[in-house]
Design a protein around this ligand. Structure first.
Ligand SMILES: O=C(O)CCC(=O)C(=O)O
Ligand SMILES: [Fe+2]
Length: 201
């Protein structure tokens, strides 16, 4: 089965899917380098939580620093990634009828000791995020690094359904409205590229 079909089937039938090595390894390496370079230049900002009108910085809830990708200014590997994501968005639209209109992505870096408490990716009263996607950018990660993504049961948010280590090149997609999830605290810096496909223009 083609990888896009696997993504489609996972999202349609269980609400989430994990893939290893879906994107070419050199591209993932270049994305990692782009993230580290931008971070070293001081371009990352503390992530915030809450409604867009009054977001707040609460590192005990959400401890990452992020950099939103801007297609017009993005480095070549970021553009390649955004183009790939756009093609996937079209494919999902043709097959899942989600009415996806745009996508937004940011690099994220969790420093040692930080994670992200259990949450949904749809903000209250703003149900625009339909598909969540995270690509992990951590060369030679192992279990001692912590930082698992934990997915919980849509029917019972106390019940874990999956723990996912943030290995290099691994990608997770899930239905933003459906899957409660958390990032466990990591023990070393944890890099990712995360974003959402949305149904607003
Ligand atoms: O990095 C991850 O594994 C997930 C991050 C996340 O849940 C988010 O940014 O909303
Ligand atoms: Fe999330």
């Amino acid at each position: 089965m083609h990888d896009n079909d696997i993504i489609l089937q996972g999202l349609a039938e269980q609400g989430w899917i994990m893939l290893d090595s879906h994107l070419p390894q050199p591209l993932v390496s270049q994305l990692h380098e782009a993230a580290v370079d931008a971070w070293a230049r001081g371009e990352f900002r503390p992530a915030q939580v809450g409604a867009t009108s009054q977001p707040v910085h609460r590192p005990s809830i959400r401890g990452d620093t992020i950099l939103w990708l801007d297609e017009s200014k993005a480095a070549p590997p970021c553009r390649t990634f955004l183009q790939w994501a756009h093609a996937l968005q079209q494919y999902l639209n043709r097959n899942l009828f989600l009415g996806l209109k745009r996508a937004e992505f940011h690099f994220a870096r969790y420093d040692a000791g930080f994670g992200y408490q259990k949450h949904f990716d749809q903000h209250r009263g703003q149900a625009f995020r339909q598909i969540s996607l995270t690509l992990y950018l951590n060369p030679s990660w192992d279990a001692s690094g912590g930082g698992d993504l934990v997915l919980y049961d849509p029917q019972d948010a106390a019940h874990e359904i999956q723990r996912i280590q943030p290995h290099f090149g691994r990608m997770v997609l899930f239905r933003s409205a459906l899957i409660p999830h958390a990032v466990l605290p990591c023990t070393r810096p944890r890099w990712s590229l995360t974003g959402w496909m949305r149904n607003d223009a």
